[in-house]
Design a protein around this ligand. Structure first.
Ligand code: WTA
Length: 687
């Protein structure tokens, strides 16, 4: 009976997949599966309404069968794969769909153009409301081919790295897909990063080219992107070409390396053969922060990443054919990669590219956009919600939100107030609100309230359930897996899944050390989690020195490195402290050289430090607080005791815990005193 039920579920999975991408050639996998009993007759109901428990069980008890079937039917293969997975987590060796050949751009474009060429692929919601631009699948395929041909004629080919420094726009999507078409590896750099941060990424990836535009437009302001790229490439000898698109009227000042993109693309053919790529060829690098060292280039590959992005996009958000999917993330982050670009396009969705801010020209912007574009799923970061809920409810209520079906939150813990506001006010209590937990490294959502069994409740501010194939394990202090419920521990995932990162570019050992060493045989997420009485998961936050500012992840060590470059600063320590809207902000403890003449000189140094962080990393990384201290609390072996700094900043010094290992315990009093002064000054300023 159980076996029959499993088979039926399994066929339903195949059937659902088949209706999404009809007419595709059947691969070796599905041929072998045709020995199964025929699928039950009748229309296929939405998979997300199938018993989640059964489907989840299948995904973990027989992952080869689950993922093999999904990959065979959901993706178009040029050559079928021979093996579903071959993974050895303790060595960080991860391989999915070996032997298969495919092209990601074909799966995101050509398969849909064959079926519905005039369907809108992208709605570019430009900064000025009401000026949106729609791009059909046919148009997107054509421009992707023109850009792919442009890259090829400039000597860029399979395996070459290309940096994309472009705000949310059709150009960003076209550039990513053009790289995918010819087998080049893209690395999108968030267009808010400074020239030094951009240069660091280009150097690490040894990029051959950059794709950018003259200026960006956001919140009514112009951003000089080309100037930032010019400053960056001065220190990047690997760059041979800078492709410059015209986002605004202002002509870019063109230098030796620069290629006017639109002009060159116009003379290129609108057809470009797609390179057959191995499942495990690199699709993109995306740099992200860790607790130590420089940002790391997380490596994602072709088939597994695409399949996982597409499947999570469909099931977590209940995406259905014809829906308009609105993920307001920037393409410079993983959320933009998986849920603005790859997941939605692989599913043939209409995806919204949101160029603006939640408060431009007013705090009704999101909801006015929902009404105008008839958005069905809205997915964004809690930081924006915390900002918006401070305004009058009328900013939400005056717009028609009846098109909304699912709401989603990502990137940081969502607090109860924001959750209830989003769910009750925005979603009128009728839309499931999914708090999705995942990471740059996981490729797609790993824990989320949906999919679930029909009628299953969603608990506020909880990620709740593992996605198909995901097996969360909580580890105790001795590194032992914790059994039972009502427990907290280090969140690990015990089995590989297709969307997981494959390496850190150029440093596989760092990959192994960062994710697989602490708990051998497990992937360690860096986050802590709680498993509730009912077995649901709640993320409790990072366990390392990574902080989350407005949903943007940053290592405190990166900020310290920038601050320490100042000649008048011998030493600093940065921690994260809670913030009403941004979630967390950096708090810097700074030791200044003793020979500074007066307070004015010290204030000038602090100003220079702000500038330094902004130019070395980005504006959002600039610490909100600077506290000048004579020295930092250190253990006898010279390690900074950040725990004490956190307590000082949070004003919870009543319970300092064990400070017996401090080199000189009197340092605590000194710092508390400095902090009291600082707090008084801030309060006076506020008055
Ligand atoms: C945090 C973003 C709580 C977490 C997709 C993780 C979350 C880091 C959630 C990854 C959530 C992400 N609840 N915390 N729903 N989602 N995080 O790589 O600490 O930019 O490790 O990926 O964000 O950030 P990243």
């Amino acid at each position: 009976m159980a076996a029959q039920r499993e088979t039926a579920l399994f066929w339903t999975l195949l059937g659902r997949c088949r209706t999404l991408v009809p007419g595709q050639s059947r691969s070796g996998w599905s041929r072998r599966l045709s020995s199964l009993p025929p699928p039950p007759p009748g229309p296929w109901s939405s998979l997300s309404r199938l018993p989640y428990r059964d489907l989840y069980r299948l995904s973990v008890t027989d992952p080869d069968r689950f993922w093999g079937a999904a990959a065979a039917e959901r993706l178009r293969w040029m050559e079928p794969f021979q093996q579903v997975r071959d993974c050895e987590l303790s060595r960080g060796e991860i391989s999915w769909f070996r032997g298969g050949k495919l092209n990601v751009s074909v799966n995101c474009l050509d398969v849909h153009v064959e079926k519905h060429p005039e369907r809108v692929a992208l709605i570019w919601e430009r900064d000025e409301p009401g000026t949106e631009v729609k791009v059909t699948y046919r148009e997107l395929l054509e421009t992707t081919c023109r850009l792919a041909n442009t890259l090829k004629t400039h000597g860029i080919g399979r395996g070459d790295r290309v940096a994309i420094y472009v705000p949310v726009s059709p150009l960003a999507v076209t550039a990513m897909l053009a790289c995918a078409r010819i087998g080049a590896v893209h690395t999108v750099v968030f267009a808010g990063f400074s020239s030094e941060a951009l240069a660091g990424r280009i150097q690490d990836a040894q990029c051959k080219a950059v794709i950018t535009c003259n200026q960006g437009v956001r919140g009514g302001r112009l951003i000089e992107l080309k100037a930032t790229v010019d400053a960056a490439v001065k220190n990047c000898p690997s760059i041979q070409h800078v492709f410059v698109s015209q986002r605004t009227e202002k002509p870019a000042v063109m230098g030796e390396l620069d290629v006017p993109l639109e002009e060159v693309m116009a003379s290129q053919a609108a057809v470009c053969p797609a390179e057959p790529l191995d499942s495990e060829d690199v699709l993109f690098l995306l740099y992200t922060s860790g607790s130590t060292g420089k940002p790391k280039g997380i490596v994602h590959t072709q088939a597994g990443y695409l399949l996982y992005a597409a499947l999570t996009h469909q099931f977590v958000f209940d995406h259905q054919d014809g829906d308009v999917f609105g993920c307001v993330a920037d393409v410079g982050w993983i959320t933009g990669h998986s849920y603005v670009v790859y997941g939605p396009l692989c599913n043939g969705a209409t995806t919204v590219l949101f160029e603006s801010t939640p408060v431009y020209p007013n705090p009704g912007r999101y909801w006015e956009t929902v009404e105008r574009l008839r958005i069905n799923q809205l997915y964004g970061a809690p930081t924006a919600l915390r900002l918006l809920l401070k305004y009058e409810d009328s900013w939400v209520k005056k717009y028609d939100r009846s098109s909304l079906r699912t709401l989603g939150s990502v990137g940081e813990p969502i607090n109860h107030e924001a959750w209830h506001w989003f769910h009750s006010l925005v979603g009128e209590g009728r839309c499931p609100l999914v708090d999705t937990w995942w990471q740059t490294e996981t490729g797609g959502v790993c824990i989320a309230p949906r999919p679930a069994d029909p009628g299953a409740p969603i608990l506020p501010a909880m990620a709740m359930r593992p996605f198909f194939g995901i097996q969360p394990v909580l580890m105790g202090e001795q590194g032992e897996p914790l059994s039972g419920n009502n427990v907290s521990g280090a969140l690990c995932l015990s089995e590989p899944w297709p969307g997981m990162a494959r390496s850190i570019y150029g440093d596989h050992q760092r990959f192994v050390d960062a994710y697989f060493k602490q708990y051998p045989g497990y992937y360690f997420t860096g986050d802590g989690a709680f498993r509730s009485e009912d077995g649901y998961y709640q993320i409790t936050g990072r366990m390392d020195d990574v902080i989350n500012i407005s949903g943007h992840r940053l290592g405190t060590a990166e900020i310290e490195d920038a601050l320490d470059e100042h000649p008048a600063v011998p030493e600093t320590a940065v921690i994260g402290v809670p913030h009403d809207i941004k979630g967390e902000v950096p708090f810097a403890f700074v030791v200044l050289k003793e020979d500074l003449p007066d307070a004015a000189a010290a204030a000038a140094v602090l100003q220079q430090l702000r500038k330094l962080v902004s130019t070395k990393i980005a504006k959002y990384a600039v610490p909100e607080h600077f506290l000048v201290v004579k020295r930092l609390p250190k253990t006898r072996s010279g390690k900074i005791m950040r725990r004490i700094l956190r307590k000082v900043a949070m004003e919870t010094t009543g319970d300092l815990g064990d400070i017996s290992t401090l080199d000189d315990p009197s340092v605590v009093e000194e710092i508390v005193e400095a902090h009291n002064q600082y707090r008084k000054q801030r309060e006076e300023k506020k008055k």
